[in-house]
Design a binder for this molecule. Structure first.
Ligand code: GNR
Ligand code: NI
Length: 171
């Protein structure tokens, strides 16, 4: 296993639109495994491949709380329907460290994707899982949760991140 470095905003790589995977082969599975380990290490509940520099439509999620791991491996996801009902969650992002904001999204989504074995799945997701997969699919399209905020709020967050990065560089 390899712990991959997570890219932080502002970084042009996070704005890239990721490309579909042609086949779920061993190299894709290795990336899925490394992403899962990297996500656990960073204490996140989701991770998109672009956050570790791979512009492929791949993501991992694990909402399990304690030690019991329940990883969800998702390749080439497509939202095939969304509820009119919306839900608000306070979102965070490993690529936007230490910032949180309430984001409104469809409460329920039906997602079609390929699993770890390359088999097609369709799953209706609600609650935090629905929020998380929409957050991850946004990453695949080069969108961060702060892109759902007003321009003023987004630029305040980005400015703080840049400042923190500069401070880190000299200490
Ligand atoms: O760890 C994470 N927590 C989280 C909380 C609310 C909504 C979405 C998320 S995803 C985030 C990890 C991450 O950055 N995934 O891209
Ligand atoms: Ni994120």
């Amino acid at each position: 296993m390899t712990i991959l470095e997570i890219i932080e905003a502002p970084d042009a790589r996070l704005k890239v639109k990721s490309k579909p995977v042609e086949a779920v082969d061993d190299s894709v599975r290795r990336l899925l495994d490394d992403m899962l380990d990297s996500m656990y290490e960073a204490k996140g509940i989701g991770l998109a491949a672009i956050q570790v520099g791979a512009s492929k439509r791949i993501l991992v999620i694990d909402l399990a709380e304690n030690d019991e791991k329940k990883p969800l491996f998702v390749v080439n996801p497509e939202i095939i329907s969304s509820s009119d009902e919306l839900a608000v969650y306070s979102e965070g992002c490993l690529s936007v460290p230490e910032h949180y904001a309430d984001i409104e999204r469809p409460a329920t989504v039906k997602v079609r994707y390929l699993d770890y074995n390359g088999d097609q799945q369709e799953q209706t997701m609600t609650g935090l899982l629905a929020t998380c997969i929409q957050h991850e699919i946004d990453h695949l399209d080069g969108i961060l949760f702060i892109d759902h905020l007003s321009r003023l709020k987004r630029s305040m967050v980005l400015k703080k991140l840049e400042k923190a990065r500069k401070l880190e560089a000299v200490t």
